[in-house]
Design a protein around this ligand. Structure first.
Ligand code: ZN
Length: 243
């Protein structure tokens, strides 16, 4: 599943369509395609893993989920879920989730919960974490209302960098260690963005998909962790588990 930084790259890649008029919209998404006719894209935003293509009085939200993909000025052989065509160029989305909303994105999205947003607020995140003290930190990091945009890669890498075990209960993590984790999560998310842009993302993985801990030279464990039952990569030796 593409994580927040990858959706920022998608947004950047389609910026040239901002201000452009849609001449045809089609696809198999269960939405009213007539709303797009002759409408100009006003703005393109992201909230975590959501891409928001905004028009004057509505927006369309694309969430690629596990198997979604897109093509810019190209087509895949399969039918698109959403195809937006301009006088020059087109934008095609495959699988994933496509929804229309007439609401104002500022009304329904909490920008301070989006790890890639300038408004992301660590203090608010700490407050929300205090309300889930009995939860595993590996689950909390995937909570899109606290860390919108964080997925399995950012989760594993941030925990490794902060030397915290994924199976720590949130309430057992000392405040200083928690603040470090929040800093590392944000920092790694932005490093992810730059490394992905340069095509060097995998080269910089320290724990995710790795076999050996670069700090200890001991095996990296791969385990399905937490309520979310998602994969975590971690070192039992240098990632502290607070009791
Ligand atoms: Zn280690």
């Amino acid at each position: 599943m593409p994580e927040g930084p990858s959706i920022i790259l998608l947004k950047e890649a389609i910026q040239s369509f901002k201000g452009k008029k849609i001449v045809k919209a089609e696809g198999y998404a269960k939405i009213d395609f007539s709303v797009f006719s002759n409408k100009k894209i006003k703005e393109i935003k992201t909230w975590g893993k959501h891409l928001l293509i905004c028009f004057d009085d509505f927006f369309v939200r694309v969430h690629l989920l596990m198997f979604g993909s897109y093509r810019i000025n190209e087509r895949k052989e399969t039918n698109p879920k959403l195809s937006l065509q301009f006088s020059k160029g087109e934008l095609n989305f495959y699988a994933g989730e496509v929804k229309l909303s007439k609401e104002d994105p500022d009304e329904i999205y909490d920008w301070s919960a989006d790890i890639m947003n300038d408004h992301w607020d660590a203090k608010k995140a700490i407050k929300k974490l205090e309300e889930q003290s009995s939860q595993f930190i590996c689950d909390s990091l995937l909570d899109q209302q606290i860390f919108s945009g964080v997925g399995n890669i950012i989760k594993s890498e941030a925990l490794f960098r902060a030397k915290l075990h994924p199976k720590n209960k949130v309430g057992k993590i000392p405040p200083k260690a928690m603040r470090l984790l929040l800093r590392e999560t944000k920092k790694y998310s932005f490093d992810f963005l730059e490394w992905k842009r340069e095509g060097k993302l995998k080269k910089h993985w320290l724990a995710y998909s790795k076999k050996v801990c670069p700090r200890c030279d001991l095996p990296i464990h791969k385990e399905i962790t937490g309520k979310a039952k998602r994969r975590s990569f971690f070192c039992n030796n240098c990632q502290v588990l607070f009791k």
